[in-house]
Design a protein around this ligand. Structure first.
Ligand code: PXG
Length: 456
């Protein structure tokens, strides 16, 4: 055994001794041991025991072009050799950063022509949060500072990100949310729609925004933020009436509309951005994940002409930025990733071919007695587990049922994500039809396992 294999065989112990993981109960994790992922190819990943998994979650909603692309490695190596780092602070830029800003905005619609670069989605959240307040102050409205977000939304893990997110179990750690942020309800018809039709409930959920703005006073509200489809919250697809009404309210009350595109950007919904799928125009849009398919960390905020014009002509210095804003190697990776998405027509493929195929398979699970709802847009799917689907009754221990299905899938070589009693899928955009079939069949067996275990 050479030193390398000796270290590998010992990796779980080293990990338990030294590595604090994100969003994890470290006591439990150290006791059970971490799974070590060593290699990826296409939609598959391989662990240190050689076990192969179909990754129906694309890493963490991000590996849009699939694993193991040699073109990505080559692009990164080229840039590393040419110029591994330079900043964008003191009147300088690098070719990849500038070209990436051009390429991103080319897909973002006629009114979205600027980008501010960050390293992550959380930093993108902090960036638009500050920019929104700076924008209103420069416009002569210094009191317009309050930001409205939604319960069960997710916008990151920094102080502003976790505050804007609507996860109360995150707020409990670190005295959050910070001042100037409040939350309205989510458009989760299955759980909260009662006797209303989805369309009626969509309007009702949207009008909570109007009521909150009026309560706070329009002169005190800077912005509203939402994910086009809640991701971490459970792939909750809003009723059709929701987004048009939200867009109307933001316009009527003169507040900025922020579309969090960290998951929905770069093809996942069969459009370049989620707002294009739903047909509205945001004022700013944070992005990350699929921008580089996760090969290197990079994010940013797409900024509309309305906001950019004020930032450029009226603000002077915007005192905000990161050492690695527009990092040339990460930007080179993102450029190559976007080239692949364009050249392989992955956005159109999701919209016209594999997305509809996935939806057909996903909806076939509705025949299962424990499936109350199976919704998808493009390659983003949410499946509601129900104790009695005839009356939309959920299990008493939602986290347990989701985890049971998830673990069964994992044992059978499929990585899925469970949020409570919803199963989430978000595979690479390159997935084949046969691989989609494999997701559906393994998930169906996981649901059978839940039925048999629960004696339903
Ligand atoms: N906005 C959205 C909509 C996200 O999904 C972020 C912002 C923050 O991005 P960064 O790059 O800072 O993580 C995210 C991230 C999960 C899970 O369990 C989801 C995310 C992150 C971690 C876990 O579904 N999304």
């Amino acid at each position: 055994m050479n030193n390398h294999t000796a270290t590998l065989s010992n990796l779980a112990a080293i990990d338990a001794a030294h590595h604090l993981h994100p969003f994890s109960d470290m006591g439990k994790l150290n006791a059970s041991g971490t799974r070590i992922i060593e290699r990826g190819e296409g939609v598959f990943i391989y662990d240190s025991a050689g076990k192969k998994y179909l990754d129906a979650f694309a890493g963490l909603w991000c590996v849009n072009i699939g694993y193991g692309r040699p073109e990505m490695a080559a692009a990164v190596a080229r840039q590393m050799t040419e110029l591994p780092y330079y900043n964008a602070f003191f009147g300088t830029t690098t070719p990849p950063a500038t070209l990436l800003a051009q390429k991103m905005t080319a897909h973002a619609g006629p009114n979205m022509n600027h980008v501010f670069f960050t390293n992550s989605g959380s930093e993108a959240t902090d960036t638009w949060f500050r920019m929104a307040r700076v924008y209103w102050k420069a416009q002569g409205h210094p009191t317009k500072t309050h930001v409205i977000a939604r319960r069960n939304g997710y916008h990151g893990s920094t102080v502003a990100g976790a505050s804007l997110g609507g996860m109360t179990w995150m707020h409990e750690q670190g005295n959050l949310p910070i001042d100037g942020i409040s939350h309205i309800g989510q458009p989760y018809w299955y759980a909260e729609g009662g006797d209303l039709s989805p369309e009626e409930f969509g309007l009702k959920a949207a009008r909570e925004l109007e009521a909150r703005i009026d309560e706070l006073g329009e002169e005190n509200v800077a912005a509203f933020v939402a994910e086009p489809i809640q991701g971490a919250g459970g792939v909750i697809v809003p009723p059709q009436t929701y987004w048009p009404e939200i867009a109307r309210i933001c316009k009527a009350r003169n507040i900025l509309l922020i579309s969090d595109e960290v998951i929905s950007g770069f093809g996942r919904l069969g459009s370049w951005f989620g707002y294009q799928h739903f047909g509205f125009e945001p004022d700013m849009a944070p992005v990350a994940k699929g921008l580089s398919s996760g090969y290197l960390p990079i994010g940013g905020v797409l900024v509309s002409d309305r906001v950019a014009q004020v930032m450029i002509s009226e603000v002077g210095d915007f005192n905000h930025g990161f050492t690695y804003s527009g990092h040339p190697v990460c930007a080179a990776a993102a450029l190559e990733n976007l080239r692949i998405i364009e050249d392989e027509g992955l956005v159109e493929r999701v919209r016209d071919d594999i997305g509809p195929y996935f939806r057909k398979g996903w909806e076939s699970l509705l025949s299962h007695e424990l499936v109350g709802e199976a919704v998808s847009v493009g390659l983003m799917g949410g499946l509601q587990i129900a104790a009695d689907k005839t009356i939309r009754k959920r299990f008493d221990q939602p986290d347990d049922v989701g985890m049971l299905v998830r673990n069964h899938c994992l044992e059978n070589g499929l990585v899925m994500r469970a949020t409570g009693d919803r199963m989430l899928a978000s595979p690479p955009l390159t997935i084949s039809r046969g691989e989609v079939d494999q997701i559906i069949e393994t998930l169906r067996k996981g649901l059978d396992h839940l039925r048999d275990t629960r004696g339903v």
